[in-house]
Ligand binder design. Structure first.
Ligand SMILES: Nc1ncnc2c1ncn2[C@@H]1O[C@H](COP(=O)(O)OP(=O)(O)OP(=O)(O)O)[C@@H](O)[C@H]1O
Length: 443
């Protein structure tokens, strides 16, 4: 789309020509008009980014024109050009919403600077409006983001949700796994509830009865019969967050839920049919845990049939402004404050930050910002010193080998297996990096 031009209204042909040339040289598209009428007529077919107008025009004073323009579009910035002695009128115009005024005669740099500042303001207004529209379209509770990664996930959710298939969501802490799980539930058309269980938050003993329920007197202190969370999710979605923390003993029972869709409450041998979809989330590499015997491989393979990988925020930085605006809007409403603004420098700092806590960390910063507190982030980090790619790859290889030897206690065969390379290859690399496996053997 072509950039919107600046409309310039000036009855003095020589001045008009000079201004047009100065703006064109500065790469600012411009259209000149000799009077207000022809400019107003052009508005019917073209939207300018800014109107620069002489305050004294034949047949119409600048103030009247300003009011007409503001009725037409309140966001359209107007820059007035005044003659000597028109300052009082210019001040009144500013009060009526003019962006700025410049006094004749002016050097072309002054005109260009004033035009650029007005255009910047216009761009910010337009951007804010677009953000607001996107937020309204997305709905605040929904998965926010327009980067290709999030769009692809949204599409996947749309496809998978109605099928009722179990789903595994992988992603770092705070990256939005629960938001994705809820979006799946919302798009599924299921009528039952969304029941979220954090597998790391409960002590193992409580966890079993919490999840599977128990019969009266099933164990000391069991009291009355209790229906577990899985049964509560009937007709809906059971969301198992941090599934990597589920005790191994309970994973056996979970496997039955996943495979046979049935469970037994503690203290009962009566099978109850399970009627819910399971969505599990993990921030750990479940495959690696399964390989290391810390997670049941059969559950991993069962869940991993359909998985969604949620990238960390640092890999979808273009979503930062949109997410920030959403959280700020939400916080402003909660705290009943006008929404706080931010500068391009603030945004640059947020774009440069690595967000180890992902979207949750960004949300915390937005909440602080809404209260007028500093974000607590340092300025953009200095770029690491450049090194040749080969040297960086070499260093990374060396670190990986040393870590594998450390883990295997200096056993080269085991380290080779962990690194998935033939033993011979590892011996060659040890020689090349002058690493001695001896060094890692226990004394
Ligand atoms: N794309 C998103 N759109 C809107 N809000 C989001 C998005 N991603 C995350 N959030 C918000 O960020 C916070 C953290 O998200 P969520 O709890 O879903 O992360 P998580 O990956 O499940 O975290 P954990 O691994 O710690 O359980 C929540 O307040 C959530 O509402």
């Amino acid at each position: 789309m072509a950039e919107a031009p600046v409309f310039l209204v000036e009855d003095d042909a020589a001045v008009r020509k000079g201004c047009e040339q100065a703006l064109a040289i500065a790469d600012i598209p411009v259209r000149g008009f000799a009077d207000a009428e022809s400019m107003l007529a052009a508005l019917a077919t073209m939207r300018p980014a800014l109107v620069v107008s002489d305050i004294r025009l034949p047949g119409r004073d600048g103030l009247t024109l300003l009011r007409e323009l503001r009725q037409f579009d309140r966001e359209l910035p107007v820059l007035l050009v005044t003659g000597h002695g028109d300052v009082a009128m210019a001040v009144e115009a500013m009060r009526d919403g003019a962006h700025d005024f410049i006094e004749k005669p002016f050097p072309s740099e002054r005109l260009i600077a004033a035009v650029r500042s007005a255009l910047d303001k216009r761009a910010l207004l337009v951007e804010n409006r677009q953000l607001k529209e996107q937020l309204q379209a997305a709905g605040l509770s929904a998965l926010i983001g327009e980067t290709p990664a999030i769009q692809a996930i949204r599409q996947l959710i749309g496809t998978l949700a109605p099928t009722g298939v179990d789903i595994l969501i992988n992603g770092e802490t705070g990256s939005g796994k629960e938001v994705v799980a809820r979006a799946i539930h919302d798009a599924s058309g299921q009528r039952g509830p969304f029941v979220a269980v954090n597998c790391s938050a409960l002590p193992e003993t409580v966890f079993e009865s919490e999840l599977f329920g128990h019969e009266a007197g099933a164990f000391t202190g069991a009291g009355k019969r209790r229906v577990g969370r899985i049964e509560h999710a009937a007709g809906g979605t059971l969301f198992l967050d941090e599934i990597e923390s589920m005790p191994l003993a309970l994973q056996v029972k979970l496997l039955r839920v996943l495979q046979e869709r049935s469970l037994e409450r503690l203290g009962s041998n009566h099978s109850i049919a399970v009627d819910c979809r399971v969505v599990a989330a993990s921030k750990a590499d479940l495959k690696a845990l399964a390989d290391a015997g810390q997670f049941r491989a059969d559950i991993y393979y069962r869940l991993n049939v359909v998985s969604i990988d949620l990238p960390p925020l640092r890999q979808r930085r273009d979503d930062i402004p949109l997410l920030f605006a959403a959280f700020l809007h939400e916080a402003a409403q909660r705290y009943q404050r006008p929404p706080a603004s931010w500068t391009p420098a603030d945004l640059a700092r947020w774009q440069a930050h690595d967000w180890p806590g992902n979207v949750r960390e960004l949300k915390n910063v937005a909440n602080r910002w809404a209260l007028g507190l500093p974000d607590g982030l340092a300025g953009p980090a200095a770029a690491p010193p450049a090194a040749a790619l080969a040297a960086q790859v070499d260093a990374a290889e060396r670190r990986a080998i040393e870590a594998a030897l450390q883990a295997s206690g200096g056993n080269v065969a085991q380290a080779a297996e962990a690194l998935q390379v033939p033993k011979k290859t590892l011996y060659d690399k040890l020689a090349r990096h002058a690493i001695s496996a001896e060094r890692f053997r226990p004394a």
